[in-house]
Design a protein around this ligand. Sequence first.
Ligand code: FES
Length: 70
Amino acid sequence: MAQSSAGVLVAATQTCTHEPKKQIIFNKTEFYCTDHGARFSLTGSPLNTITRKALTVYKVATDGNTVVVY
Ligand code: FES
């Protein structure tokens, strides 16, 4: 889970859709795979041609005290 530059809480799987490697990191405004460089939007859409498969992203809710990822 991370906070986007717009202040929105976001969460995604660490497992890439290119190959099942747990290399996904958050990179300021997008999710990024450190293995071969696949990039994904905050909604999981692929941003380059390394993979066409969307990244699994999760919903995040908060009431200011508790954060729920689902
Ligand atoms: S395993 Fe993520 S880009 Fe290849």
